[in-house]
Design a protein around this ligand. Structure first.
Ligand SMILES: Cc1cc2nc3c(=O)[nH]c(=O)nc-3n(C[C@H](O)[C@H](O)[C@H](O)COP(=O)(O)OP(=O)(O)OC[C@H]3O[C@@H](n4cnc5c(N)ncnc54)[C@H](O)[C@@H]3O)c2cc1C
Length: 428
């Protein structure tokens, strides 16, 4: 039991927790949160544990929140759905499809919890028209360290709403979310476009962003070929012609699950996955740094794939504090997925150095990292990405909400500087 909860998808560290607790068997979430804060022990929430930077690890308590018994509830005539955060996207999407509805944006792999993905942001092929998964959220329910329940939305507790979505659970346990849905389409019209290489693919991304008939996009380098898959709105006349693909998001999930099965099930590899989000100028700067690295060690051995997304957020877009969002009309996501055998220290360290170089390039290019990833953050980079005032306010909120021991590893090993406690005496 503790073996499973002592590690995450990154498998870079093993930290066995002293206890694993669940809502129901170990009391209500309010009780669990209150007890955790009062004990002074570190507590971390774990959904499906697919993050890569030790965020869900704790030597104290792990609050395990993935649950197969979570029941969604439709509202507003089906245009909204209320879900407990421990449900997976797979369970939610198949449930919605049975009710004639669908999620506007889904990740490529659906074995992730709603709470875990909203806590990092959430992107997928639908992001080209609908933005982040966090952009689909109408309301959330947070539980703080005193056991208080806080409803947050664009109208109520708006600051917490902006810190919670994409904020890795640092301002409370995300218990429920109310999400936008769209009508279910049983098949998608999909075209595959071949690319000559990275430059060709990157040049294509702004063009596809400007194409009104496109409803979905992802680009891929799978070490064999460079290509994009574009899906089309019902009334578009695509060129090249498309194929009809039934239940496209579920089909993609199956493909990703099959392709990555050794990494998802096995424990032999350290997964140094990271995604970077940039504006158009930043995308070109980033690609210029990445291109030569692809033909050199260690990526010639450790690269699994590159994954590209276009993100256009619906207006008005909430200024989430830690989600990978930028003040630009169109954003570009680049995923650099690398894995090395855990026994191969040299390959692991060299791949870490490459990801660190890409992280610095991302900072120089005015981008942001996607915080589920294996990012080697330090205090200086945190400040460059988010600014000192946001980091300071985060620590203030955590002190006010009795959360100073909760989800401490959100940024990997680093924390922003401590603030004085509300009584103004000792640093926390
Ligand atoms: C194979 C694979 C494919 C992926 N594909 C995509 C993709 O297409 N698009 C995309 O956007 N992302 C993708 N990701 C990244 C993924 O969205 C994140 O890793 C996400 O965090 C996974 O959700 P989880 O349930 O595993 O979260 P966990 O790893 O369990 O948790 C993530 C973070 O959120 C916190 N947290 C989790 N639940 C709660 C809660 N209820 N309340 C408060 N805090 C909480 C945790 O403490 C942790 O800090 C992929 C990851 C993998 C491994």
């Amino acid at each position: 039991m503790t073996r499973e909860f002592g590690s995450d998808f990154g498998r870079s560290r093993f930290v066995p927790p002293a206890a694993v607790v669940r809502e129901g068997t170990d009391g209500t979430v309010e009780d669990i949160m209150r007890r955790a804060a009062a004990s002074g022990r570190e507590t971390a929430v774990r959904g499906a544990g697919r993050s890569c930077n030790t965020q869900t690890l704790s030597p104290g308590t792990v609050l395990h929140n993935a649950r197969g018994d979570a029941e969604p509830r439709l509202a507003a005539g089906g245009r909204l759905v209320e879900v407990p955060s421990g449900i997976t996207w797979y369970e939610l999407e198949t449930w919605l499809n049975r009710h004639g509805r669908a999620n506007p944006v889904l990740p490529s792999f659906l074995g992730l919890t709603v709470g875990g993905t909203l806590s990092v942001g959430g992107f997928g092929l639908g992001s080209i028209r609908s933005g982040l998964q966090a952009d689909q959220v109408r309301e959330i329910e947070l539980v703080d360290g005193t056991g208080r329940v806080l409803r947050c939305s664009g109208e109520e507790n708006t600051e917490l709403f902006r810190f919670a979505l994409g904020g890795l659970g640092q301002v409370g346990f995300l218990r429920k979310a109310v999400l936008r849905t769209v009508p279910y389409r049983d098949a998608a019209r999909v075209s595959r476009i071949e690319h000559a290489g990275l430059s060709d693919l990157v040049a294509f991304m702004p063009r596809i962003a400007a194409e009104p008939g496109v409803s979905g996009y992802f680009g891929m380098y799978d070490r064999t070929s460079w290509y994009a898959q574009v899906s089309w709105a019902a009334d578009a006349s695509p060129e090249p012609p498309e194929q009809s693909v039934p239940d496209y998001p579920l089909r993609l999930h199956d493909e990703v699950g099959r392709h990555l099965s050794p990494l998802l099930q096995g424990e032999t590899h350290t997964n140094l996955w990271a995604d970077y989000v940039l504006d158009e100028a930043g995308l070109h700067t980033f690609a210029a740094t990445l291109e030569p690295l692809l033909d050199a060690s260690p990526l010639t051995d450790t690269l699994v794939s590159l994954y590209f997304l276009v993100i256009e957020r619906p207006a008005p877009a909430a200024p989430f504090v830690f989600a990978p969002v930028l003040d630009a009309p169109v954003l570009y996501g680049v995923g650099v997925f690398a894995s090395a055998p855990r026994s191969d220290d040299r390959a692991v360290s060299a791949t870490r150095r490459v990801q660190r170089r890409l992280l610095e390039t991302c900072a120089e290019a005015g981008g942001r990292p996607y915080l589920y990833g294996a990012h080697d953050l330090d205090a200086d980079l945190l400040k460059r990405f988010y600014g000192a005032p946001a980091l300071h306010r985060l620590e203030e909120l955590r002190a006010e909400l009795s959360l100073t021991h909760f989800n401490r590893r959100a940024f990997g090993g680093v924390r922003p500087p401590a603030v004085q406690d509300p009584s103004g005496t000792a640093p926390l």
